[in-house]
Design a protein around this ligand. Structure first.
Ligand code: FDA
Length: 504
């Protein structure tokens, strides 16, 4: 790191005035590695050549976060914020591309209180809580309340809500970010603010504008949504000779226009397509609907599992309903792996012959990634694209994700997997959204471009290359908010939002 060691010492000294030393780990202290690795999800970003933080602050109080931001600013040390560590490109704990700058990690895992107000159907949740912990708390408070968020229970609330939060309730209730009512933020001056003191522009930006750029969100007040006491899930697997390709082709036209209370996604792995559903109702009704709308899938009542909504989150998190909901509380329930993902938005159904050739040329290769097809439509289509920074609303049929994960060490395995993902992504260009080729910010992808400096701050013009893919027309407004709340560009990473230059 380019920072003088005296500046690092001064930064650490500044921290120690307010933060107990046991909460500050440096490369010289015994728990540094364990803390760094505790939630570092992508093994690609903990390799020896990845630059490591000069310190990790395991905040246990809001004041620790304020102190870290103030000391970081005073002594020129960048702060990367980490809630659940699931960033696809390791941006919350590693720095690969950014001018080799010294940085510290502010780890929020210990700030994870959840308070559910059942009567008001609201909850306050701190950023370091996991999505699974929130699901569990909501389920424990009421069988008829839920919260719309993604499928992996170990994701952090902080990063997930910052970027959107898409999951099985999105067609009925939108994203997590669509259901945020208030938030507590530490800004670039170390001040603590809530919605009324931060103002609507900053509040808009933090609900979907991606993590890191605007401040540290400490906690979120969210709206809980009504769900039936009994919901139904199913998982139906089809191979190529069980018409998988015909079913996927048909699914593209059906899934986005199904009633809002039915979410039907497809996962393709090991040459099998798995159709997974959440229906906000009972099996009999779902069966009738499937017979009517998608008889080709051959769904029977035996496919149904009637469960509570919280148990349905176990189903999407662990692909089974037969483990207890307590598993949602297990912060290390999933194995870590090397990861590279890319994603697209599909606006016109992809023809069957294209699926045929993708299947043969790509999916039958041993290094093939998991494909995830996540339907839009329903409420997602009626929310205005500028209501939150997440712009992918009407006009999108589904999101297509190429998600490669592997366990083998070494560059050969990595090269093979990553070039598969990049190769298929290139091949798909004619069939997906254009101008821009749109991407969901929570599926962070540094191949789209990384920030460069323009003087002392991040270049707005250079950042548009990746920024408009994530945010389309909302990118400029995000940059304007950034210029207002963090003009010196303290909160910065490879794809943080740059301040809008005065002339724009
Ligand atoms: P992490 O802590 O790595 O933070 C992500 C980014 O946000 C970083 O830039 C970080 O600095 C910043 N940040 C974190 N906390 C912050 C805070 N409190 N204030 C300000 N900035 C903060 N998504 C989805 O929508 N639906 C899904 O079903 C899934 N499924 C899924 C499965 C798996 C296995 C992975 C690895 C990821 C997903 N995702 C997903 C993507 C996920 O939503 C995304 O990676 C989130 O940013 C993860 O949030 P964490 O807090 O865990 O990440």
């Amino acid at each position: 790191p380019s920072l003088a060691s005296s500046a690092i010492d001064e930064f650490l000294g500044c921290l120690s005035a307010d933060i107990p030393s046991r909460l500050i780990q440096t490369p010289a202290t015994p728990s540094y590695s364990a803390l760094l690795l505790s939630t570092a999800w992508n093994l690609r970003y903990i390799l020896p050549d990845t630059s490591k933080p000069i310190g990790i602050i395991a905040a246990t109080e809001h004041a620790h976060v304020q102190t870290t931001v103030r000391c970081g600013r005073r002594h020129g040390v960048r702060v990367r914020v980490r809630s659940g560590g699931h960033d696809y490109e390791g941006l919350s704990y590693a720095s690969v591309h950014l001018h080799n700058q010294a940085f510290a990690v502010l780890d929020l895992a210990a700030l994870r209180a959840i308070h559910v107000d059942q009567a008001r159907a609201e909850a306050w949740v701190e950023s370091g809580a996991t999505v699974g912990e929130l699901y569990y708390a909501v389920g424990a408070a009421s069988r008829s309340l839920g919260f719309p968020a993604g499928s992996c229970p170990t994701m952090g609330i902080g990063g997930h809500l910052s970027g959107g939060g898409f999951g099985s309730l999105a067609r009925k209730y939108g994203l997590s970010a669509d259901n945020v009512l208030d938030a507590v933020v530490v800004d670039a001056d170390g001040r603590l603010m809530n919605r009324s003191t931060m103002g609507e522009d900053l509040f808009w930006a933090i609900c979907g504008g991606g993590g890191e750029s605007f401040g540290v969100v400490l906690s979120w007040k969210v709206r809980l949504v009504p769900v039936p006491e009994t919901v139904t899930v199913f998982s139906i697997i089809r191979s190529r000779n069980q018409s998988a390709i015909e079913l996927i082709t048909k699914w593209q036209e059906i899934a986005p226009v199904l009633p809002q209370n039915l979410y039907l996604r497809v996962l393709v792995l090991n040459q099998r397509a798995t159709f997974q559903a959440l229906f906000l109702g009972r099996c009999g009704c779902l069966h009738g609907l499937m017979q009517d709308r998608f008889p080709e899938l051959g769904m029977t009542k035996q496919n149904c599992q009637e469960v509570s909504w919280v148990q349905s989150t176990v189903f999407f998190g662990f692909s089974t309903t037969s483990i207890p909901t307590e598993q949602l509380l297990n912060r290390s329930s999933n194995p870590r792996y090397y990861l590279k993902a890319k994603s697209d938005h599909v606006q016109e159904p992809i023809p069957r012959d294209v699926w045929e050739s993708i299947w043969t040329a790509w999916l039958e290769k041993p290094e093939a990634a998991l494909l995830m097809l996540d339907p839009y439509g329903g409420l997602m289509s009626s929310i205005s694209p500028s209501k939150t920074p997440f712009p992918h609303r009407q006009g999108n049929l589904y999101q297509l994700q190429y998600y490669s994960f592997w366990y083998e060490n070494g560059t050969a395995a990595a090269e093979k997997r990553m070039s598969w993902v990049r190769g298929l992504y290139k091949e798909m260009e004619p069939y997906v959204s254009k101008n821009p080729r749109a991407v969901y910010v929570n599926y962070r992808d540094l191949d789209l471009g990384t920030n460069e400096l323009d003087g002392n701050v991040t270049s707005y013009e250079k950042a548009r290359v990746w920024g408009e893919k994530y945010f389309k027309g909302n990118f400029k407004r995000l940059a304007a908010v950034k210029a207002m709340v963090d003009p010196d560009d303290f909160f910065k990473n490879e794809q943080s939002i740059p301040p809008l230059p005065a002339a724009k």
